[in-house]
Design a protein around this ligand. Structure first.
Ligand code: 1CP
Length: 341
């Protein structure tokens, strides 16, 4: 596995072309996903290893990507801690017992590895089926992003409650973040033990934070998590929306790869980082709605910028939207695979 394009690029070694995978590749833009989803609830899919494996393998078989990502969700840690989680069609995730005060935080449990065993089981089934063909990426949400769902009771546009919580109740916020960080360390180490080949930490909503708040309420917990992982030969990818701004701080946490949103020039970000940190990204996913010639031109433009750089994994700046045409995603993968540095 150390010889796979993806692992080599993640460890900043030369590759003949950039490896490709895409955030939310195991999802709603595929009709094959809906054929499964129409039979089960989202949490049932996550918690049944055979089904989670089926969904994980859809983009492997249909798109021919260079790395698989475990089918699960960042909110399973919060659920294991005691959050009453449901996913409603068209609404997204909901917690019926949001976190509002000290009592709520005290009620959250942290010794919950056993409740996440289904993820370890899914990883084992997936690895049997992949049979060494491509690496499997495991993942978890970053404490700030997971906290935002617990405090807001679900998704949010402006993160008003979360921001009020960190600004007016910083001590409580730190207690909550620490509890999530502790669970996340156990959870990611469980994934390593179960056999993942790489890990990605998703801080999707860091983009909502100003520099000082990112530095105080997100960065220290990601640093702590990365420092406590039994990494062996497993690259750690740190993703956030907002990475165009936060990349220098993200680098201090010492991940192997920083996954960059679509706002930045990827080459500029790469050159600001220590040599041994690779970058992943950063095509605007909206490009995948466009005509094929535009898709090809934009991917080539990005690759021409990155040509002389080791440590580059092609991905999107954020996830594939559910209504992006499957054919366009498939075409983008072909364009990447036909490119040589
Ligand atoms: O209704 C459905 O079919 C469920 C849709 C869905 C899917 C396919 C959700 C609910 N989660 C997932 C899978 C998922 N989530 C993966 C699988 C692997 C992949 O293909 O990438 C991963 C890595 C995630 C991670 C995740 N969940 C993130 C971080 C990444 C990102 O996109 O920013 C976040 C923020 C979530 C929360 C979440 N879960 C589901 C939804 C619809 C959301 C987002 C809601 C919101 O906008 O707040």
């Amino acid at each position: 596995m150390q010889q796979s394009l993806f692992i080599k690029a993640a460890f900043s070694q030369p590759t003949e072309r950039p490896p490709v995978w895409m955030m939310r590749q195991a999802g709603r833009f595929m009709k094959e996903y809906w054929e499964i989803k129409n039979k089960y609830s989202f949490l049932e899919m996550c918690k049944t290893p055979e089904i989670a494996a089926d969904v994980t393998l859809l983009p492997v078989n249909l798109l021919g990507i260079d790395a698989a990502i475990l089918f699960s969700d960042i909110l399973v840690t919060a659920e294991a801690m005691g959050g009453k989680l449901s996913f409603e069609q068209g609404v997204g995730p909901r917690f019926s017992n949001p976190i509002q005060n000290q009592q709520d935080i005290n009620a959250l449990e942290t010794d919950v590895k056993h409740r996440l065993q289904y993820v370890a089981d899914a990883i084992q089934v997936i690895q049997q089926r992949l049979n060494g063909s491509i690496p499997l990426i495991g993942f978890a949400g970053a404490p700030f992003t997971v906290m935002s769902y617990l405090v807001e009771a679900g998704s949010s546009k402006d993160f008003k409650k979360t921001k009020l919580f960190i600004h007016n109740h910083p001590t409580l916020a730190h207690q909550l973040l620490q509890k999530i960080a502790d669970v996340t360390v156990d959870y990611l180490n469980l994934q390593i033990e179960a056999g993942v080949n790489a890990l990605q930490i998703f801080d999707s909503w860091a983009i909502a934070l100003c520099w000082d708040d990112y530095q105080t309420f997100s960065h220290p917990y990601i640093s702590q998590i990365i420092a406590k992982l039994n990494r062996k030969n497993i690259p750690i990818i740190s993703f956030c929306k907002g990475s165009s701004v936060f990349a220098p701080l993200m680098a201090e946490a010492q991940p192997d790869v920083i996954s960059v949103d679509w706002n930045a020039d990827l080459r500029n970000i790469k050159q600001q980082l220590p040599q041994n940190i690779a970058v992943q990204g950063n095509l605007d996913p909206h490009i995948l709605y466009a005509d094929k010639k535009v898709i090809k031109e934009r991917i080539h433009r990005l690759f021409d910028r990155m040509k002389d750089q080791n440590g580059f994994i092609f991905n999107l700046g954020h996830g594939i939207m559910p209504d992006i045409p499957f054919e366009n995603v498939k075409y983008a993968v072909e364009v990447v695979k036909n490119y040589t540095f």
